[in-house]
Design a binder for this molecule. Structure first.
Ligand code: PAF
Length: 280
């Protein structure tokens, strides 16, 4: 695997390739990321991964400074997995050599709801860096995890509306045996919090089963989940059943009538904020 830190080196390595498959990450790689890279390999060649902790997508009170930066261990994991041909690991000056004044502005009705409501500017920061990374790598395919469901939708729409010549492939969320979605932020959890963390997924699974069994009062189902989580120490930002196609609330008549739904949640356990979702 080649590790490159500049756009020029990246382009030199990719010259003449037009079937590259790309996985952007912020590093601190876990099995979930490695699964994305394995999938990327099925969709194109060579596989390019990036590691860049993107300041633009962190709010002023978020964990940009303490976000785990583990480049050496990440390189070792990628070397062992043998799926990636080029790792692009730019520093901040390479990605943002001057103040980034042109920004991608996601539409309000998708970018300012759910995660966007609790993390203002987050999806603008994500979209801007993803556009820049796609421009650097120029892949034919890019793979994104469904764990960041709203991010995946926004990236898809951005690529479609800017007519970027890239196919966005969605990858199922990779979970630990107890159901907890793999995330770099799981490492912040204390042993007690780690034991509690799968309850979030258990609540989503419960909603899925109850909707499948014919319970259609979504507000009641959401509230029951929040009431289960809160006394266990969770602070729920949102837990909401939405339409898969636009992440808006379904009309009552749409529930149980074939409209594909997804339940999305974000909640803090101690100081750690976890997100998860499940298609119903
Ligand atoms: O999902 C992530 O890790 C980040 O949001 C991404 C897509 C790499 C952009 O910084």
């Amino acid at each position: 695997m080649k590790v490159v830190h500049t756009i020029q080196e990246l382009r030199d390595h990719l010259r003449g390739q037009n079937r590259a498959s790309f996985v952007p990450t912020m590093g601190n790689l876990h099995e979930g990321h490695l699964a994305l890279m394995k999938t990327a390999r099925q969709h194109g060649d060579p596989v390019v991964a990036s590691i860049f902790v993107n300041r633009l997508q962190f709010g002023p009170n978020e964990d940009f400074d303490r976000y785990p930066r583990t480049l050496q261990q990440d390189i070792e994991k990628l070397e062992r997995a043998r799926d990636v041909y080029v790792l692009f690991a730019p520093d901040e000056r390479e990605m943002y050599p001057e103040p980034q004044k042109f920004r991608v502005q996601p539409p309000d009705d998708l970018g300012d709801i759910l995660e966007g409501e609790f993390r203002p500017g987050f999806f603008g920061g994500v979209s801007t860096v993803v556009l820049k990374l796609l421009s650097c790598v120029q892949p034919r395919v890019a793979v994104f995890g469904k764990k960041d469901y709203q991010q995946l939708m926004i990236v898809r729409q951005m690529c479609r509306q800017f007519q970027l010549p890239v196919d966005i492939v969605a990858h199922e969320t990779v979970r630990d045996v107890d159901g907890l979605a793999l995330s770099s932020r799981n490492r912040y959890l204390s042993p007690e919090e780690r034991a509690e963390a799968p309850t979030l997924y258990a609540c989503l699974t419960d909603i899925k089963q109850r909707v499948a069994a014919g319970e259609h009062d979504l507000k009641a189902l959401e509230q029951a989940a929040i009431d289960r989580l809160t006394p266990r120490g969770w602070q729920v930002d949102y837990l909401s059943v939405r339409r898969q196609r636009d992440l808006l609330r379904p009309e009552p008549a749409e529930v149980g009538a074939g409209e594909p739904l997804v339940v999305l949640a974000a909640a803090k356990l101690g100081a750690t904020r976890l997100i998860d979702n499940l298609e119903l």
